[in-house]
Design a protein around this ligand. Structure first.
Ligand code: KG4
Ligand code: ZN
Length: 352
């Protein structure tokens, strides 16, 4: 069976066709995965402007779906279902994808599947690598989320910990903004960090000892927190600007990027391996936009080899938002017999 996936939760309009292979170990193959990024539009404003995002999704969605079908050499009546991101995300953006998917499903007489955006990121690992050895610990690290999930059975995701404040990608974007580096900040900071001295600036790691009042069921000691780190970078930059006669040099900016990146990546990797040990995981996966980070990719692989723990990452194209991962998660739900009603609504705060 082939499924059309649609993703419009933030600032990428994406459509993809994914096919079942019949091979239980490697269940899905990508036939097409088209992504129209709005980064150029939002760059001018230093971040995503929700109203501009939804308007651009409306302009792009028909062309993106046409291209995805074309490239996959697939007609509407070759499809077995349509999967769409229901949430979480920007409600105006989500509504474009959900409305399009509902209309297309009704017109083509196809079943509709509603997908959680983070389930999509988790299934990007399976799409890329085949089924992971279970139980697995999966870190989803993006612009909106930094959460650890335990996966005992395919398609079942149990929240283990999450960030108390900023997501890691959000911290990257905010640090890039305060250094005047542009949007989205993650890839820029990642690039500049390579030429900086990661020990040049002393920054605090995360230390959380108290339980989370908003999530009493989680133990809390595997939680993340990045807003203190972002504030420490801000304080360093302000102090430096106040004391120095000249603006920060490229070298100094690279040092800040490298020191920040070392702190973030060390926290992410340490917590993930701690969780894997605690839950007796047989593998570790890292997915979401920040999994494109070069340091995170190399540190994860290095520590996995050192500790003889299999580690998995999506390809770079499957790390950031895309519809192939939504189609894959959709096929998973479809095979579990879970369909969406024809009056499906977008849900900006959908729980996994
Ligand atoms: O998953 P994603 O495309 O969208 C959300 O669901 O949020 O993630 C986007 C986030 C942004 O914050 C972006 O700065 C970050 O992923 N990102 C990176 C890198 N590439 C993208 N962060 C660090 N290093 C990168 N190379
Ligand atoms: Zn995402």
């Amino acid at each position: 069976m082939r499924i059309l996936g649609i993703e419009t939760s933030c600032d990428e309009t994406s459509a993809a066709v994914v096919e079942e292979t019949g091979d239980a170990g490697r269940p899905w193959a990508i036939r097409s995965n088209i992504v129209a990024s709005q980064a150029q539009i939002h760059r001018e404003w230093g971040g995503v402007v929700p109203e501009l995002a939804s308007r651009q999704h409306i302009r792009d969605i028909c062309g993106v779906v046409d291209r995805a079908l074309d490239e996959a050499q697939t007609r509407w009546n070759d499809l077995g279902a349509i999967a769409v991101t229901q949430g979480p995300g920007l409600v105006g953006s989500l509504l474009v994808g959900v409305s399009f998917a509902k209309a297309a499903a009704a017109a083509a007489g196809l079943p509709l599947v509603a997908v959680h955006h983070l389930a999509g990121h988790i299934e990007s690992l399976v799409l890329q690598n085949g089924e992971l050895p279970l139980p697995a610990i999966v870190l989803v690290v993006s612009g909106g989320h930094t959460s650890l999930y335990r996966v005992d059975r395919p398609g079942h995701y149990e929240l283990v910990s999450r960030t108390r404040d900023d997501a890691a990608g959000e911290a990257y974007d905010k640090v890039a903004k305060l250094l005047g580096l542009g949007y989205p900040g993650g890839p820029i900071v990642d690039r500049l960090a390579k030429s900086g001295d990661e020990r040049a600036v002393r920054l605090p790691g995360t230390r959380l000892t108290h339980a989370d009042r908003n999530a009493p069921h989680l133990k809390g000691d595997l939680d993340f927190s990045f807003s203190g780190l972002k504030t420490a970078v801000l304080r360093h930059v302000r102090d430096r600007e106040r004391s120095g006669a000249r603006p920060m040099s490229d070298r100094e900016v690279a040092d800040v990027c490298a020191s920040f990146q070392r702190t973030v990546v060390t926290t992410l990797v340490d917590r993930t391996f701690d969780a894997a040990r605690r839950f007796g995981a047989k593998s570790i996966g890292v997915a979401g936009g920040v999994s494109a980070n070069s340091r995170l990719r190399s540190d994860l692989t290095y520590h996995g080899e050192q500790r003889e723990m299999p580690t998995f990452l999506p390809s770079l194209a499957l790390s950031t938002d895309n519809a192939a991962m939504i189609a894959a998660a959709g096929l998973r739900k479809l095979r579990a017999g879970v369909f969406a009603p024809s009056d499906l609504n977008a849900d900006a705060a959908l729980a996994l």
